[in-house]
Design a protein around this ligand. Structure first.
Ligand code: AOF
Ligand code: ZN
Length: 344
């Protein structure tokens, strides 16, 4: 079993190379093994492009090598015609001996049908290899299909004494330089960043990827009464921007204004809006009010909290997590990074 897991681990490593480029598709990697040697590899590189299995099969120049080979892929091969033809049909055309996969594809067009097609072609199929790791890898994709909402990551930096900002909302320089770089890397990995009104008003954030290389996320913010001045960074037209408000519904100066009804459950409507536009994950960067209201509703999946060595003595209290399970703790220079998940 050790080898099977190692090959699956390699498939997942390849899958991760697609991070930031494949949403709303899952990250998928594939390895082809013959006589205990990897003879082909591939991954899903970009939304709309070839799937992992296709790239792996095409990486084997001499197709006669596929006779009796085994294929490892972290997601059940697809059975449907989407932007690309079904991977299960392609696999079934070749004389593979076994196919190992990690997770059933929750996409109703696939779920179980891919495995069936391959089995019907006389290839042995094993599922559930490193299932938990596969679920974690594609937690954003599984949230979209199972919870029907984006995967929600809360992020904030708090002082040693539990404050997120001074009383005048000044929150500059709580975490160190490397922590801020890391946040830019995170932005490049998620589809959207989302903040509340006060954060835009007081921090004037750019919400882009400057200190890392990668693509900018969609930036989204709430500004019920349209108080944010036009000179704010969020209006600089440098990246897709959505403003949730109570006043207007239109696209103006490259900002999409989405009008909400004050009687609606705002978080529900906003998350639905994200789901509809294919936003599979969102990094919520503040402030306390927005983050706390999501916590109260159980609308979060992961929280990344920096604890800096500085103390403010007084100020605006950091959010308080509920039902949180600490997953990891590491030092980023002077800051302690704690990652929590929500215990459902
Ligand atoms: C696979 N291998 O590498 C990926 C799969 O529009 P399409 O054709 O790209 O299909 C997208 C769906 O295919 C996606 O929702 C998911 O169910 C599956 N993704 N399947 O066999 C892959 N990326
Ligand atoms: Zn496919």
């Amino acid at each position: 079993m050790g080898d099977v897991e190692n090959y699956m681990r390699r498939a997942m490593e390849l899958a991760l190379l697609g991070q930031g480029h494949v949403s709303p598709n899952p990250m998928v990697g594939c390895v082809i093994v013959k006589e205990d040697r990897i003879i082909g590899e591939g991954w899903h590189q970009k939304h709309g492009d070839a799937h992992a299995e296709v790239n792996a099969i095409h990486s084997v120049a001499d197709k006669s090598q596929l006779q009796g080979a085994d294929l490892y892929v972290n997601l059940e091969p697809c059975a449907h015609h989407g932007k690309t033809p079904p991977c299960a049909d392609l696999i079934a055309q070749y004389p593979f001996s076994k196919v190992y996969f990690s997770n059933i594809d929750p996409n109703p067009l696939v779920a179980g049908k891919g495995a069936e097609k391959i089995f019907a072609a006389g290839i042995k199929v094993y599922q559930g290899i490193l299932e938990k790791e596969g679920q974690k890898l594609n937690r954003r994709f599984f949230s979209r299909h199972e919870k029907k909402r984006p995967f929600i990551i809360l992020k904030w930096a708090e002082t040693a004494d539990g404050f997120i900002a001074h009383s005048n909302y000044d929150s500059k320089w709580i975490s160190g330089e490397l922590s801020r770089k890391l946040v830019h890397q995170w932005r490049s990995q998620e589809d959207a960043v989302f903040v509340g009104t006060n954060t835009v008003l007081f921090d004037n954030p750019q919400l882009n990827v400057r200190d890392w290389s990668g693509r900018d996320p969609i930036r989204m913010f709430i500004d019920k009464q349209l108080q944010v001045p036009q000179g704010a960074h969020v209006f600089d037209k440098s990246q897709p921007t959505v403003c949730f408000n109570f006043i207007k519904q239109k696209v103006e100066n490259q900002v999409e204004y989405v009008k909400l009804d004050p009687h609606d459950d705002l978080s529900e409507v906003i998350l639905n809006n994200m789901q509809e536009r294919g936003v599979m994950s969102v990094l919520v960067e503040g402030g306390t009010q927005l983050i706390q209201s999501l916590i109260e509703k159980g609308l979060w999946d992961e929280a990344r909290v920096f604890k800096s060595p500085t103390a403010f003595g007084e100020g605006i209290r950091a959010p308080q997590l509920q039902h949180a399970v600490l997953q990891s703790q590491e030092m980023i220079e002077q800051d302690q990074l704690n990652i929590f998940t929500r215990n459902e």
